[in-house]
Design a protein around this ligand. Structure first.
Ligand SMILES: Cc1cc2nc3c(=O)[nH]c(=O)nc-3n(C[C@H](O)[C@H](O)[C@H](O)COP(=O)(O)OP(=O)(O)OC[C@H]3O[C@@H](n4cnc5c(N)ncnc54)[C@H](O)[C@@H]3O)c2cc1C
Length: 407
């Protein structure tokens, strides 16, 4: 084991990656790509080799893809990279100073480098009432089975008009269910995207025959003739299937007492180091983005951060480069594609530079004279033009000039 706390990872030492999903896999691949020759262990609580989650609310839920298509790398692929996969096994503790981990079967592992990538778990307040959530392959299979048993004409109630709830609503509507979405916020997505764009994206539901109710919360879910949502305004929403998409919590319980700082995720430096020899990546990592600590639950972020965490570990805490991404997110709903670059704040100024909010559009976000983000509805090529501007923190005027040149 290296004794210099900031030293690069010994390329012939032992590295342990905890969390066998997108961020963990990209970290393990990155370690090999970066020349790590030593023992590489990938620990995953799920029984499956790493797979992709976005299709679970889209193609797999709709039945247009088989589940197998979500695989990111199968067991043979993991072996090819010399990765020892411990699947169906959970890490139960970490001593960050000693870099010592314990698994749920009592195995103890000593590592020179550790990647923490255990992601996030859905909030699930109505689990006992039979309300479903969607995160894993098993969740997707259960939800699809329930939707097919109810379709056509059955009723789905979705709690939460965030991206996952909205995608499930869109997919279920495509399967012939009658769908209602209940959202506590007066304007869906407004804490992330602001009211103007939140309202425009929320409008997709109504235009596609899905009933969106905003500004009202679910108080209880009662079993009557099928589940019934009782709302805070006294009204009820009867349903055949209920699914909740009300956010996730970072999966950090196993890190209590590890010595890492846990505060809405694993707090890490700009280089993704959370302690000497310990890096974090993906949905659970809280890192500084343009000076502000953030935790970003997007596919591209988990993939990029996994690779960057591996590079950082190889370089060592003293020599690692800061992780400076341009956040990117997409969501497919109905026949539309929502995409976002950058990181908007709800009170940023919003300028629609292409199309209009009732149909397809590109909107730019301005904060302190800079372009902070760009959001588009079904305008993929136009949106991507702003990526390089965000990368070099361009001024808003330059973004507007680009927009004028493009129209
Ligand atoms: C249905 C769905 C649709 C999505 N669609 C989109 C989309 O359209 N666009 C987009 O940008 N993003 C989307 N996302 C988000 C994206 O999938 C996540 O950001 C990404 O999966 C995060 O990867 P991760 O590796 O950090 O965490 P996760 O994918 O959560 O993986 C963490 C893994 O660690 C395991 N684990 C947890 N605790 C332990 C432990 N103690 N020991 C060992 N293993 C453990 C978990 O079982 C899990 O397999 C979607 C997510 C879902 C659920």
């Amino acid at each position: 084991m290296n004794t210099d706390p900031g030293a690069p990872l010994d390329p012939d030492g032992t590295a342990v990656v905890v969390g066998a999903s997108l961020a963990g896999l990209r970290a393990a691949e990155g370690l090999r790509r970066g020349g790590f020759r030593g023992r590489l262990v990938l620990i995953g609580a799920e029984p499956h080799p790493p797979y992709d989650r976005p299709p679970l609310s889209k193609q797999v839920l709709a039945g247009t893809w088989e589940m197998e298509r979500t695989g990111l790398r199968d067991e043979a692929g993991l072996r090819e990279l010399g990765i020892e996969a411990a699947l169906g096994r959970r890490a139960v503790s970490l001593d960050a100073v000693a870099r010592r981990l314990e698994l749920d079967d009592g195995t103890v592992l000593a590592a020179d480098g550790v990647v923490v990538a255990t992601g996030a778990t859905p909030r699930h307040p109505f689990a006992e009432e039979g309300v479903l959530v969607l995160r894993t392959l098993e969740d997707c299979a259960s939800l699809r089975e329930a939707l097919l048993a109810a379709a056509p004409g059955g009723r789905l109630a979705v709690i939460g008009a965030g991206f996952i709830g909205s995608e499930v609503a869109a997919t279920a509507s495509g399967l012939g269910l009658s769908v209602s979405v209940v959202e506590t916020l007066p304007v869906p997505l407004s804490p992330a995207l602001g009211e103007t764009i939140g309202a425009a994206l929320g409008g997709l539901h109504g235009r596609n025959g899905v009933h969106l109710r905003t500004g009202v919360a679910v108080e209880t879910v009662k079993a009557a003739n099928g589940p019934v949502l009782e709302l805070t305004d006294g009204s009820v929403v009867p349903a055949d299937v209920v699914v909740a998409g009300i956010g996730v919590v970072p999966e950090v319980g196993w890190l209590e007492g590890s010595g890492l700082t846990l505060e809405n995720g694993v707090v890490c430096e700009g280089t993704l180091f959370a302690a000497d020899g310990v890096v974090a990546a993906g949905d659970l990592a809280r890192f500084p983005y343009r000076g502000e600590p953030v935790r970003i639950e997007h596919w591209q972020m988990a993939a990029d951060m996994g690779a960057a965490a591996a590079s950082a570990l190889l370089a060592g805490r003293a020599g690692a480069a800061p992780f400076e991404p341009v956040p990117y997110f997409w969501s497919d709903q109905y026949q539309e594609k929502i995409q976002m670059l950058g990181r908007p704040a709800p009170d940023d100024e919003v300028v629609v530079v292409d199309g209009d909010l009732e149909s397809r559009f590109v909107a730019l976000y301005r904060r302190r004279g800079e372009l902070s983000a760009a959001v588009a509805l079904s305008r993929p090529r136009q949106l991507m033009a702003y990526r390089s501007l965000l990368e070099r923190k361009a001024g808003f005027d330059e973004a507007m000039a680009l927009a004028k040149g493009a129209t």
